[in-house]
Structure formats: structure tokens, C-alpha cells
Design a binder for this molecule. Structure first.
Ligand code: HEC
Ligand SMILES: [Cu+2]
Length: 361
């Protein structure tokens, strides 16, 4: 009786685990709720392989239980030696052929999908029309992301903006160590390396754009352990219908950010005096080569989903970040590169940064 009770004690533990794991199922961050063609293909492969595994395990367990019960030592038969079998052709053929068949069932769709997902010739295609299939150069850095649109000569960071219902092609590189580009609900992941360019495509299905979070974003992640703040290396993805995307592109192309209020003007001046401008561009048409762009482009900072990819986007958090980035993101590359800021300087810089927007003007 006691023993039985001990076993029941596991139930609350399992219940808590269920609750906690249920939190992993947000539709803007879940591989199990695909929202595009690539994610669909990857999801189907997962379901297929899981099904095969479950069937194999079930069959093995059933046979195992049957054998244990059927051939157990019975009372009064302790000294019986059962028939000793050495080799059985029929059985051996069966348990060799079945795995081969299962592997074929698994291989055909996997290989087909692999080739399909690797179709990126369009990136090099001279006749490619950017208005039909866009290319984004992704540069991963400790611990932030840059997105360059080479067709339009514009650069942004942390928030990836893409059109829906068409293939979006990605060139992936890293500026320091190996990272990995992953948008769980849309597809991936693929490594970003320093020594070569990896290529992939994704598609954002407009029918499933209701899966975004309340502010209109899917969540992206670094999926390769890269340092102490790897878990904080997030980015956000906003899919827009083509017309709105085109509008965003033309806003970006024509963006001329000017500080309006006096405090913001002061902030703008501090931005130069404190050396922020040496790392951060504030114009989306940043013409420096990729290697020279060592910090997030801040042209759209005022309309970002997050501060530094992780904090809720409000003035308090901008201040907190500028005051002490190290506590918020250990090991980041901004810590200690500028003198300690006074309260008044923090206010001015925050006001200036929050005014950096390209749309609605
Ligand atoms: C040595 C280069 C460097 C200097 C100087 C620098 N930063 Fe940064 N900054 C970075 C890097 C790198 C990041 C990305 C950190 C991360 O997320 O890991 C960053 C992140 C930020 C962010 C968050 C960006 C986002 O998209 O959410 C803001 C805001 C910012 N810096 C403002 C400033 C201001 C204001 C100054 C001047 C007082 C400054 N930075 C000085 C390199 C620099
Ligand atoms: Cu990482």
C-alpha cells in the first residue's frame, strides 16, 4: 500500500511538467504550428519519422511483453530447459527486410525535401525580379542580427521585415563565431558561418498570419550555442502583404531621420560626442561594407519590437540598456565602449533614439 502511494506522488510532478511544457506552444514560436511552406515540409517529415518510431517501439514492446509472459519460469517447471534455437532464417530475413523498408519510406521524402529546400538558384539568377522574389543578406553577430536588402541598398537590424506569399531568399553569414538562423514557425534552421555563405528560402503564408504575436511578429532565434548571451540572441519577424512591404521599402529608401524636440536634438549631439555614431548607423542606406557595420543599424529603432532584441520596447528599458548593457546581456560588444552616462544624458539619448522611425511620415 505504501509503495503504491509513493508512485502516485509522481502525478503532481508530471502535472506541473505538462503545464510548463504547454507554454512552449505559442503559435508565433512553435515548429508544431507551421505557418509557411518550408515549415510545412519540415513538420510533415517530423510527423512521419515520429510515427515510424512509435510504431517500431509499440511492436517491439508488445512482442517483448508477450515473450516475457509466455516464456516465464512457471511453478513446478524450474528444471525444464526449453528448446534451444540457434538461428532461424525466416525470422532473420523478416527483421532485416522490415528496417530496410522503413528506411526507404523515410529516405524518399527526406531526400526529396532536402533538394526542394535547397532550391536557391534564383539568388544568382540575373533575371530575378526583386518584386517577385526578394533576397535578404543575414549577418549574425554576438548577440544581434543584421538584415540587408541588397536589391534596394538598405540595411536594418533585429527586426526582419518580409513580404508574404512569395519566396524570400536568404544569404547567411556570421561576423564572429558560428550562429544559426531559425524562425521556428516558418522554417530553418541553418548555420551562419564566417568562411562561407549558406543559402536558404522561406515562405510566409498570408492565410496563417493570424499566428503572429499581439504586436504582429513571429519570433526568431539563434540556434547554435555561441556564448554567454546565446539565449538572448533573439530577433523578430514581421511579414507584410506585398503592397505594405513595398511601402516599407520606399519609406526606408527615403528615410531622413531628424530630431524634433530640443531634448532629442541634445540626444543627437550626444550620439556623436559619445562615439555612438562610430558603431551605429542611423540611416537605412548605410553604404559601409558589411564588415564595417559592427553594431545594429538604429534607423528604425523607435519602431522596433524590442530593445536589444529582448526587452520590451519602452523608454525605461532603453535607459536601462544604455546605463548598463552588461547586466542585461552578458558579454555583449557594446559594454564599456563609451563613458558612463549621466541621468540627463540618458534622458536625451533615449528621447532621440525613440524618435528614430521611418514610417508614418
Ligand atoms: C563599440 C561599438 C558600440 C558603441 C560605441 C556603442 N554601441 Fe550600442 N551597440 C553595439 C552593439 C554591438 C550592440 C548590440 C548588442 C547586443 O544586442 O548584443 C549595440 C546595441 C545598442 C542598442 C540596442 C539596439 C537594438 O536594435 O535594439 C542601442 C539602443 C544602442 N546600442 C545605443 C547606443 C548608444 C546610445 C551609444 C552611445 C552612448 C552606443 N550604443 C555605443 C555597439 C556599440
Ligand atoms: Cu547563439
Amino acid at each position: 500500500m505504501r509503495k503504491r502511494l509513493t508512485k502516485w506522488r509522481l502525478i503532481p510532478l508530471l502535472a506541473v511538467l505538462t503545464l510548463v511544457l504547454a507554454g512552449c506552444g505559442e503559435p508565433f514560436l512553435s515548429t508544431l504550428q507551421p505557418a509557411g511552406e518550408v515549415a510545412d515540409i519540415q513538420y510533415d517529415l517530423m510527423v512521419l519519422s515520429t510515427l515510424i518510431m512509435v510504431v517500431v517501439i509499440a511492436v517491439v514492446v508488445v512482442i517483448f511483453i508477450y515473450v516475457v509472459l509466455r516464456f516465464r519460469r512457471r511453478k513446478g517447471e524450474e528444471n525444464n530447459i526449453p528448446v534451444q534455437v540457434e538461428g532461424n532464417h525466416k525470422l532473420e530475413i523478416i527483421w532485416t527486410v522490415i528496417p530496410i523498408l522503413l528506411l526507404i519510406v523515410l529516405t524518399v521524402p527526406v531526400v526529396t525535401a532536402t533538394f526542394k529546400l535547397a532550391e536557391v538558384d534564383a539568388i544568382e539568377d540575373e533575371n530575378r525580379k526583386p518584386e517577385e522574389a526578394i533576397v535578404v543578406n543575414v549577418k549574425a553577430n554576438l548577440y544581434w542580427w543584421e538584415f540587408e536588402y541588397p536589391d534596394y541598398g538598405i540595411v536594418t537590424s533585429q527586426d526582419l521585415i518580409v513580404p508574404t506569399d512569395e519566396k524570400v531568399y536568404f544569404n547567411l553569414i556570421s561576423s564572429d563565431v558560428k550562429h544559426s538562423f531559425w524562425i521556428p514557425a516558418i522554417g530553418g534552421k541553418m548555420d551562419t558561418n564566417t568562411e562561407n555563405v549558406n543559402k536558404m528560402w522561406l515562405e510566409f503564408d498570408s492565410d496563417r498570419m493570424d499566428q503572429v504575436d499581439p504586436t504582429g511578429y513571429f519570433y526568431g532565434k539563434c540556434a547554435e550555442l555561441c556564448g554567454p548571451s546565446h539565449g538572448l540572441m533573439d530577433f523578430k519577424v514581421k511579414p507584410l502583404p506585398r503592397a505594405e512591404f513595398d511601402q516599407w521599402i520606399s519609406d526606408m529608401e527615403g528615410a531622413k531621420v531628424v530630431a524634433t524636440s530640443d531634448v532629442a536634438k541634445q540626444g543627437e549631439q550626444l550620439f556623436e560626442e559619445k562615439g555612438c555614431i562610430a558603431c551605429h548607423a542611423v540611416s537605412p542606406t548605410d553604404e559601409r561594407p558589411a564588415a564595417a557595420r559592427t553594431a545594429p543599424n538604429l534607423a528604425t529603432f523607435g519602431e522596433r519590437a524590442r530593445v536589444a532584441g529582448i526587452l520590451e520596447h519602452n523608454e525605461e528599458n532603453v535607459r536601462a540598456w544604455l546605463n548598463d548593457p552588461e547586466t542585461l546581456k552578458p558579454g555583449n560588444k557594446m559594454t564599456g565602449t563609451y563613458p558612463k552616462l549621466s541621468d540627463q544624458e540618458l534622458d536625451a539619448l533615449t528621447e532621440y533614439l525613440m524618435e528614430l522611425k521611418v514610417s508614418n511620415k
